[in-house]
Design a protein around this ligand. Structure first.
Ligand code: NAP
Length: 299
């Protein structure tokens, strides 16, 4: 299939590689154009703008940062909407507001272009291995059409409801991630402070009821006090804001999500916004006086 892919960051780059591996023809565009180079070497073609990338594609995928960024690459001056290709299916795989998603879909519909929202979970590892969980909102026929493309990037593709429902599901995902990462941060900090062998601790608790993706994949960062990407703190804070706005509109209190959103606010203010979200452990370790202590040493 002829696919255009816009946004070649931590997630977009490996997702394009999986599309190429599956035999699709991919035209890429990234705001910072240098990031296109290694994908050209892998078999992709590059285009000068989202509009130009979309001009040759049946399906256009966007994977950029936030709601205004998706609006810019789809509805902006050189956006996908100006490619003048009725029938094009736009798949937005960024994590953005459900409300903005519905607005963009309406604008595209006026040009006879279709849209589904398909945010993902599974981290940079999931993007590399093609094992993402993809949460899809949209009309059944559009989702059906997207399936060969989505299954090249993810292992679980779930059509959860109409346009925007994928993003609401992703907000739920991010609330749960906030809680599990924060709990792992508290647990790891207690183990460090008590001078336990943290490898054994993770093995023991990870095999029982406390097991989670965050514990398995990110407790090592928290123990080492080193937070390489991964998933940026500032992007998760953006996701919690989406969850909190959605909940506020529905009249639902989410105190834990609000708490972690504020912890992340402080991390961003202290210059840690581009670290992996496991960096929330800094906000437990440092008040506990274990900032740079190596694993297994009592304080
Ligand atoms: P990233 O590494 O920061 O990459 C973001 C990409 O979006 C970059 O290619 C950036 O271009 C582009 N971009 C941002 N604003 C733009 C704009 N206004 N116009 C054009 N391009 C723009 O982010 P990521 O980790 O790949 O995340 C992408 C999306 O997936 C986000 O919505 C994130 O929440 C979601 N997500 C991420 C993860 C994860 O583990 N990383 C997991 C699940 C979902 P430049 O190169 O020019 O900056």
């Amino acid at each position: 299939m002829d696919i255009a892919f816009i946004g070649l960051g931590t997630m977009g780059d490996p997702m394009v590689r999986n599309l190429l591996r599956a035999g699709h023809s991919v035209t890429v565009h990234n705001r910072t154009r240098e990031k296109e180079q290694s994908l050209i070497a892998a078999g992709a073609t590059a285009a000068e703008s989202p509009k130009q990338a979309a001009a040759a594609a049946e399906i256009v995928i966007t994977c950029v940062s936030d709601s205004p960024d998706v609006e810019a690459v789809i509805l902006g001056e050189s956006g996908v909407i100006h490619s003048d290709r009725p029938g094009t299916l736009v798949i937005d795989m960024s994590t953005i507001s459900p409300e903005v998603t519905r607005r963009i879909a309406q604008a595209l519909a006026k040009k006879e272009m279709r849209m589904i929202d398909a945010p993902v979970s599974g981290g940079s590892e999931g993007a590399q291995q093609g094992t993402l969980s993809i949460m899809v909102g949209g009309e059944a026929a559009d989702v059906e059409r997207a399936m060969p493309v989505l299954t090249a990037m993810g292992r679980t593709v779930t059509h959860v409801g109409p346009i925007g429902a994928g993003q609401t599901t992703k907000a739920i995902n991010q609330i749960i991630v906030a809680g599990t990462y924060w709990s792992v941060a508290e647990g790891m900090s207690l183990g460090l402070k008590a001078g336990l062998d943290m490898e054994k601790v993770v093995q023991a608790v990870g095999s029982g009821a406390a097991g989670s993706w965050g514990l398995t994949n990110r407790s090592g960062n928290m123990i080492a006090n080193n937070y390489p990407l991964g998933f940026r703190v500032r992007l998760h804070q953006k996701d919690l804001k989406i969850a909190l706005d959605t909940a506020r509109d529905l009249g639902l209190p989410l105190p834990m999500a609000a708490y972690v959103e504020q912890i992340e606010n402080g991390l961003i203010a202290r210059g840690y916004g581009d670290e992996d979200i496991s960096a929330i452990a800094r906000s437990v370790r440092e008040p506990g006086g274990i900032s740079d202590q190596p694993s297994g040493q009592p304080s």
